[in-house]
Ligand binder design. Structure first.
Ligand code: DUC
Ligand code: ZN
Ligand code: ZN
Length: 484
């Protein structure tokens, strides 16, 4: 069969491994051929353009209620539309358990929020805050087998924090079932102690958030969970890593051969502690956890990206509005920095900002860029090779980039439901002007053109990346009695 439903012609194609000139033939929503002179019913002229796998953003919060009871501004419709307009074709968001809730019910309720709402495909991670016997004995193993193969745990936040003993329970379950464990690693008591002291001293402003969430607290918890992962031989992914101290813990663990993965985000490259010091309440726009560090730290994050300490670059899009009920200003007025919802938006600017500052400025090459924004996410979370690459048989999730277009980021050009962007006024070069999801053009000339609700739920395989190394610090007999 020669003809294709759609051919993307004459573009420069890049994957995580290679860059080459090719036409792409698409049939039935999948990539059917890569070659020269392909003919199709419809043609997209990609001469002078870059043709890349659609981004995968494996850390986004949409249609989620925070521990403080604040709803994200974005639901699946606005969040997925904004993602697509920034070149992302798959998002993975969180079905978040609050204590006392059945995990099965949480997943069911979260599906109801997503059903018929997404523009692009989506999968779920789980958040485990209450590892009861029912959850650990039945619900979680069942959900992992049903395609929810990754979950996030926290070492901080009163409403979410697990004890070290609970972390070990969860890790041993992940090992047995083959799930990927993501960790929010900050030392809870250091943060709580510093916060209380700062409040007692009357230091209620956004900068105190950065001081309380000390880089040392991040380093300590990162090192601690890595030790627990090593003890039980369980791969771990440390999410939203901000400080050079935690980066160093991950680097050392990788150098010792441990399967420890790292994620960082735009806010740690493009924001700094100085942004928390802005006039009035404006500093609250840049409050997230962990917080942006001092400007010099940004270079360590770049080095982590260029040297492979970081496997994935995600947005950690946590869209809490600035104004209005539940917003950041209301939080500041109600009780200062401790009452401000944590998080910054970034789902639409994630890939373009990394392209502009990373690829065009020569810090990372195009193939590293594709790996960090797409391929590695698919591999770490069991979506590869269906997602995250340009190969025969993969879904035709493709972003066609104009590498020379210059744009100035303003909130008004973005498609989320927020009321600000912390990146207002930043100039970028390069933007994914045409985006396809399963062969359908969902973004044309930078604007959404497809129907909300076409996005499909993706069940995830158990990722190879989550398989233990087989190096336990116990004899096989002891391991058997401890772990199975
Ligand atoms: N952790 C996240 O992953 N996102 C937003 C806030 C937080 O603490
Ligand atoms: Zn977190
Ligand atoms: Zn997050």
């Amino acid at each position: 069969m020669a003809g294709y439903e759609l051919v993307i012609k004459g573009g420069k194609v890049a994957t995580a491994a290679d860059t080459f000139m090719a036409d792409i033939g698409i049939r039935g929503g999948k990539i059917a051929a890569l070659g020269d002179d392909l003919a199709g019913d419809r043609v997209i002229d990609a001469r002078g353009k870059l043709v890349l796998p659609g981004g995968i953003d494996s850390h986004v919060h949409v249609a989620q209620r925070s521990g403080m009871g604040v709803d994200t501004a974005d639901d699946f419709a606005s969040g997925s539309t904004s993602a697509a307009c920034g070149g992302t074709t798959t998002i993975i968001s969180f079905a978040a358990q609050q204590r006392g809730q059945s995990l099965r019910q949480v997943v069911k309720d979260y599906h109801a929020k997503a059903e018929g709402q997404a523009l692009i495909d989506y999968a779920f991670h789980l958040i485990i805050s209450d590892p009861t016997e029912q959850v650990m004995g039945q619900e979680l193993p069942g959900l992992i087998r049903d395609g929810y193969t990754s979950f996030k745990i926290y070492t901080t936040y009163d409403a979410l924090k697990l004890t070290d003993r609970q972390v070990l329970d969860v890790l041993s379950l992940a090992r047995r079932e083959g799930a990927m464990v993501m960790v929010h690693a900050e030392n809870h008591d250091i943060i709580a102690w510093l916060s209380d002291k700062l409040v007692q001293a009357g230091r209620m402003g956004p900068p105190s958030h950065g001081i309380a969430h000390a880089a040392i607290a991040e380093r300590e918890a990162t090192g601690r969970v890595i030790s627990m992962g090593e003890l039980l031989d369980v791969p771990l992914l440390i999410v939203h890593v901000s400080g050079c101290e935690a980066i160093e813990e991950i680097r050392k663990a990788k150098a010792r051969g441990l399967k420890i993965y790292g994620e960082t985000c735009p806010q740690y490259l493009f924001l700094s502690a100085e942004d928390l010091e802005k006039e009035g309440f404006d500093g609250a726009m840049c409050m997230c956890s962990p917080p942006p560090r001092e400007a010099a730290n940004q270079e360590s994050v770049w080095t982590g990206l260029t040297t492979g300490v970081f496997d994935v670059f995600s947005s950690d899009h946590a869209p809490y509005r600035f104004e209005g009920p539940g917003g950041k200003v209301a939080g500041m007025k109600a009780g200062g920095f401790k009452k401000v919802p944590n998080g910054v938006p970034g789902i639409e600017i994630r890939v373009p900002m990394l392209f502009s500052e990373g690829v065009l400025k020569g810090r990372i090459d195009l193939n590293q860029f594709v790996a960090l924004t797409s391929t590695n996410h698919a591999k770490l979370y069991g979506l590869h090779p269906r997602k995250g690459t340009i190969a025969v048989g993969a879904d035709a999730d493709i972003a066609i980039w104009d590498p020379a277009i210059e744009r100035t980021i303003t909130h008004s050009m973005l498609h989320d439901a927020m009321d600000y962007t912390p990146y207002e006024g930043r100039k970028v070069t390069g933007w994914p002007m045409t985006v396809l999801s399963r062969g359908e053009v969902v973004v044309d000339q930078g604007e959404p053109v497809a129907k909300i609700g076409r996005g499909q739920f993706l069940s995830c395989d158990k990722p190879d990346a989550a398989r233990p190394r087989g190096h336990l610090p116990f004899t096989p007999e002891i391991a058997k009695s401890i772990l199975f």
